[in-house]
Structure formats: C-alpha cells, structure tokens
Design a protein around this ligand. Structure first.
Ligand code: ZN
Length: 121
C-alpha cells in the first residue's frame, strides 16, 4: 500500500511519516522537510494545514494574475509598440499565477476533505 500526499500529490510508501514537501502524515500539517530542509517555500508553510496551504496558494496565484493584468494594462498604456514586446512577461506571470491558484484550489479541497472525514477513512 502507498499513500498520496494531499499537498503535492507525491506517492509515498505506507511507512513514510513525512512527504518530501514537508507534509507530516501524522499531524496533517506542514513540518520541516527531510529532503529539502532549507527550502524557503516549505519553511514559510510550516505549521499550516493542507487547507491553509491551499488558501495561501490561491491568494498567491490570484495576486500574480492581478499583477499580470495591471502590468499588461500599464504596458499597453505606454504605447502600441511596447505592447507586443511587453506582453510576454505579464502573460507568463498570469499563466503561472493561474496554475498556482488551481493547485491551491486542489490542496484546499483535499485539505477540507481530510478535516471532515479524518485521516483513517
Ligand atoms: Zn508532499
């Protein structure tokens, strides 16, 4: 048997206590990662539940989408010649932000399911 991490969806063996992303299967929270102890993202998420990590990623992702939109608007307002040159960046930021927000949404849903059904179902 194996178990799937609700945060990063990595499959771990049944005896694993902690995922590489720092998720602790016993406490259902993010702890220090054994695999990446110096990862700043993981350190920032320490102590959070899966749903909280999801909420954080939704906010981060949507923030990037809004920033990309504002950026595109500002660049577009500068002049038609700059739109084509400038749009690559904000478009990348928006696509990246949207994917982070979607990942966060999945984490939030899995986290809420964990909280309502309990870890042993
Ligand atoms: Zn994980």
């Amino acid at each position: 048997m194996s178990k799937e991490c609700p945060v990063c969806r990595l499959i771990s063996p049944d005896i694993a206590e902690r995922c590489d992303c720092g998720y602790d299967f016993a406490t259902h929270r993010i702890a220090a990662s054994y695999a990446n102890p110096n990862d700043r993202e993981i350190i920032a998420e320490r102590g959070m539940t899966v749903a909280q990590v999801g909420t954080r990623n939704i906010k981060l992702g949507l923030g990037a989408v809004v920033a990309g939109l504002v950026w595109a608007t500002v660049v577009a307002g500068v002049g038609p010649g700059r739109v084509l040159r400038g749009l690559g960046w904000p478009a990348g930021v928006m696509i990246g932000g949207a994917s982070v927000a979607l990942r966060g949404l999945g984490q939030y849903r899995r986290g809420k399911r964990l909280e309502t059904t309990g870890p042993f179902l």
